[in-house]
Design a protein around this ligand. Structure first.
Ligand code: UDX
Ligand code: UDX
Ligand code: ADP
Length: 464
């Protein structure tokens, strides 16, 4: 079966870049990305590519090449479903904030809505591809809805989890370590799997395209994120031990990373992991384990999150302690708000939690991030519901210039590892600060030697 038209429901951090790359690599396939959010779609269609809603290095070039040729962004969900042979579901699946499974389970209301829309709009058989990270056995729920409401049409459900990391999405999509496709082990299932394999095979070597059953595919995505997050929590746990023993976490990471069984990647100690996936996926895994009464397994994975919460709190406490146990009324500058460099995404960013902690101690926070705007910072704080929106706006200022942001502050905290922070004129920043001037490097990107030479009191993660 040759697919000529595909659509993707959800034009976010996953759907947008993924479909842009598919369109770029397959000029003969019409790719339509739809979203209910008109503002988002308008931004994807903006002639000025610096206004795309997702910031990813290299994404503008891909969009420039394919948009209007075979890549389209629209809010007409029904029409796109109707005309496509293959439909990707790439909507958000945040942790539930209400009811049964609150704070743990994934909220599938948007996925269910998609399934119902597909059922309503379809006039022919379709292949439906789950792209969003979903709890194991969601495919069954999607299938149930389609079978029961889909006018007797035949639907094949595939699981094709996305492994791209934000900030390197285009690179990851162009040369993925692997592409994973799960589907039914029936003749129709195999045809559907093959149709999707054929799309990726245009640019991904065949031996990197893995096919499995649907459940293995769904569970692999949760497991990959749990393992990755576990590495970060493990090295972060070690960072605290390093600080008290006099070991240096970077040296330890290097020493253990050279063991090929361990590997060198993903061993950077930090103020804590963030992003839309790690915490959500682990909570989800924990919830699933508990629902099968696998309490030891659930506790084991939950510890990865607890360690991460501890790391964020520890960083905030370190700041307070170093500033003579009070930050009340003191200006503290945050360099970076995004959850990692090269993205404008701030979901679950450590910066939010560190700020919240300091605000509860009455600090005044000034934020500079090269890609995150003021309204996003306020929205992130409001989402926590710790204090009124008015208070957040009074105590947090967002600036467009890093030097202005740092002026007259007692301390600077680096929350995101943006490259530009390394090349700042730190001498000049130091001159304009209140003394003693303290620098908390939550990402270990600056040299302690150089910073202390300038005059800073310097604190890094996991360093003696
Ligand atoms: C270990 C370290 O590997 C070695 O570097 C160190 O110097 C001493 O401790 P060892 O205990 O000899 O070496 O064997 P290892 O291969 O690490 O296996 C340890 C245990 O883990 C074994 O019981 C092995 O069966 C088990 N294991 C290992 C698994 O169950 N699964 C695996 O994937 C790997
Ligand atoms: C992650 C997975 O890597 C990706 O495969 C999956 O598809 C989605 O979730 P992402 O959240 O975009 O991707 O970024 P990632 O690079 O994994 O970083 C997650 C968080 O961990 C960031 O806050 C990052 O700063 C932190 N991190 C990562 C560390 O603190 N240390 C490290 O060594 C690596
Ligand atoms: P991700 O990081 O998984 O891509 P995002 O939140 O960035 O998550 O993107 C998900 C997108 O899906 C949002 O832009 C949201 O408006 C869109 N969306 C959610 N439900 C629907 C729906 N039923 N129909 C169309 N778009 C939807």
């Amino acid at each position: 079966m040759k697919v000529t038209k595909i659509c993707c429901i959800g034009a976010g951090y996953v759907g947008g870049p993924t479909m842009s790359v598919i369109a770029q690599k397959c000029p003969d396939i019409k790719v339509t990305v739809v979203d209910i959010n008109q503002t988002r779609i308008d931004a994807w269609n903006d002639p000025d590519l610096s206004n795309l809603p997702v910031y990813e290095p290299g994404l503008d070039k891909v969009v420039a090449e394919a948009r209007g040729r075979n890549l389209f962004f629209s809010t007409d969900v029904i029409k796109a479903i109707e005309e496509s042979e293959m439909i990707f579901i790439s909507v958000n699946t945040p942790t539930k904030t209400y009811g049964e499974g609150k704070g743990m389970a994934a909220d599938l209301k948007w996925v269910e809505l998609c399934a119902r829309q597909i059922a309503t709009a379809s006039k022919e058989d379709k292949i439906v591809v789950e792209k969003s990270t979903l709890p194991v056995r969601t495919a069954q729920a999607v299938k149930d809805i389609l079978v029961n409401t889909g006018n007797g049409l035949k639907f094949q459900i595939l699981s094709n989890p996305e492994f791209l990391a934000e900030g390197t999405a285009i690179e990851d999509l162009e040369s993925p370590d692997r592409v994973l496709i799960g589907g039914d082990d029936t003749p129709e299932g195999k045809i559907a799997i093959q149709a999707l394999v054929d799309i990726y095979a245009r640019w991904v070597p065949k031996d990197r395209i893995l096919t499995t059953n649907v459940w293995s595919s769904e569970l692999s995505k949760l497991t990959a994120n749990a393992f990755l997050a576990q590495r970060v929590s493990s090295i972060n746990a070690l960072s605290e031990l390093c600080e008290v023993t006099g070991a240096d976490v970077s040296e330890v990471a290097k020493a253990i990373g050279t063991d090929s069984r361990i590997g060198s990647k993903f061993l950077k100690a930090s103020v804590g992991f963030g992003g839309s996936c790690f915490q959500k996926d682990i909570l989800n895994m924990v919830y699933i384990c508990r629902s099968y009464q696998l309490n030891e397994v659930a506790d084991y994975w939950e510890q990865v999150i607890k360690m991460n919460d501890h790391q964020k709190a520890r960083f905030a406490k370190k700041i307070i302690k170093s500033l003579y146990n009070t930050v009340s009324g003191k200006k503290i500058t945050f360099l970076g708000w995004a959850f990692k460099k090269d993205t404008n995404d701030t979901r679950e960013s450590a910066a939010i939690y560190v700020a919240d902690h300091l605000l509860s101690e009455q600090a005044k926070i000034c934020v500079y991030d090269p890609k995150v705007n003021q309204e996003k910072v306020y929205a992130d704080l409001e989402y926590l519901n710790t204090r009124s929106s008015d208070e957040n706006r009074r105590h947090v200022k967002v600036m467009n210039d890093p030097y202005e942001a740092c002026k007259d502050s007692h301390a600077i905290a680096i929350l995101t590892e943006w490259d530009e922070f390394k090349t700042y004129d730190w001498e000049k920043i130091y001159q304009n600060m209140l003394k003693p001037a303290t620098l908390f490097d939550g990402r270990n990107i600056l040299s302690k030697e150089e910073m202390t030479k300038i005059g800073f009191r310097f604190y890094a993660i996991g360093k003696p």
